[in-house]
Design a protein. Sequence first.
Length: 227
Amino acid sequence: MVGALTLYQTSIGKKIVMAASGLILFGYVFLHMYGNLHVFEGREYLNAYAAWLREMGYPLFSHEVALWIVRIILIVAVVAHIWSAWQVTKQDWDGRPIKYGAKKSIAASYAARTMRWGGVILALFIVYHLLHFTTGTLYVEAPYSRSDVYGNIVNGFKNPIVSLVYIVAMIALGLHIYHGVWSMAQTLGWRNQVNNQLWRGFATVMAIVIAGGNISIPLAVLASIVR
């Protein structure tokens, strides 16, 4: 326990926490995107999938228990990811109290340079997304239904402003995944000179698949492909 706390006090310890929590979130956003794509299979299929999520694990778990276990794990992962990212950033700032006269980003990719503000956008988006589609608190496009997930999605994305918010957030997510997966592999010791390009390609493909898959839904609604 003491050793773990000592490790966390170091920069590498904080990066390990950020990488491990990021791995959990990466797995979730992929599965979440895959599940959302059931919207292309119609109202009945998507609503059946949503109902299954509430009952998954039955009879070992009763109604929504397994879903809440997943939610708690995700909440812990999000908090750990944001907190460790802030700590790493703070250590970076504290390590050079005198700002550079001309800060250059020679080796940094565009995604790497935007990780911090992209993270802020995603944090704000998560709050909005939960209040919009999960609780219905900010769902004003139509009467919110807990049983008709398909209808919620279609009516929600018919609003061009709502669709634009989601598309911008997914672009930020794609950039975050691209750099985050590549960095995670390095932090966890999975990436080296031999497989560096393989990890780069994997990060690129997953960023495009996840962001593109999610973006396809509001675009399909706006184009009346899903209605």
